[in-house]
Design a protein around this ligand. Structure first.
Ligand SMILES: [Zn+2]
Length: 64
């Protein structure tokens, strides 16, 4: 697997891999990591939230 979180690969993603992190609400941050919620849904989070507690991930709302 190539480095999907770096370089040109990002530019193929919607909004270039950036968005609002649903956990910490930081806008226009790169959402590069996937966390699973307790209900099985996947959530894209920023690098600061990779290690966020499961409770915070479960609490997060999908931000459009
Ligand atoms: Zn975050």
């Amino acid at each position: 697997m190539s480095k999907t979180n770096r370089g040109k690969a990002l530019w193929k993603m919607p909004s270039h891999g950036r968005g609002t992190c649903p956990v910490c609400k930081t806008i226009r941050i790169k959402l590069l990591y996937t966390r699973n919620k307790s209900d099985g849904k996947q959530l894209k989070v920023c690098k600061r939230c990779i290690n966020a507690s499961q409770a915070r991930v479960d609490d997060a709302q999908k931000v459009v």
